[in-house]
Ligand binder design. Sequence first.
Ligand SMILES: [Fe+2]
Ligand SMILES: [Fe+2]
Length: 256
Amino acid sequence: MNEHAKPATLSERADELEEAMMHALSARIATKSTLFYMADGKLQLDSGEALLAANPGKHFLMGADPRLPPMPEKPTLIDFFKARFATTAHLLQSATHALKGGQPEKVVLACLLHDIGVASFIRCDHGYWGAQMIEPYVEEEVSWAVRMHQALRFFPDPSVGYEYPQMYIKLFGADYQPEPYIVAEYQRAREHKWYMTSRLITMNDIYSFDPNAKVNLDDFVDIVGRNFRQPKEGLGLDNSSSSHMWRTLMWPTRFL
Ligand SMILES: [Fe+2]
Ligand SMILES: [Fe+2]
């Protein structure tokens, strides 16, 4: 309990209890997907029937989860930054680095979006997930660069001064070797006309988080406006090839 809080009077406590009970009664049942359980080392899927039986009179949640920050009716990419990305510091620091280095807007945008897979969704293969999420809305070069940074970051390029990140030795151990699919992807990317765009993501990737860096999402609103085709229906509600991914972020505990 917060020791600075005033002790509640009996009637205040009764009001609180009543409110909590009303909330519990009106709340719908939020469910966990198999993947969420897997993160705890469990292979589990709750039975709908069993959950209904345990929550008499309730229905499953089929939209917004009241425990998460609310999202507007027609969300934009910026709304997802604010209400669904667990952290934006790394993205903003990388994009700020690219901006200060005089990189073109498409590179700044690629840096701003390169790790949205991790920030909002999932760690494994984050470059591929992130690229797929943005693909319908950005220049192909931008999503290609985001996809390929997944592989490129493991491979040095002395011609531009990019070394294998020391932080990876700390994170993965000195003996970690990228899997064959990553090596093959790197070799393909190396020969591609957009290689340097993706390489620039890795060069602007800030591997050591600086808690004192001054970064601000507002600095990028115009660049996003010019380079990200915001759907008029709202991101996730536009039936693009990746809008289901944005909807899933919006409603992660929806029953189906
Ligand atoms: Fe990354
Ligand atoms: Fe990164």
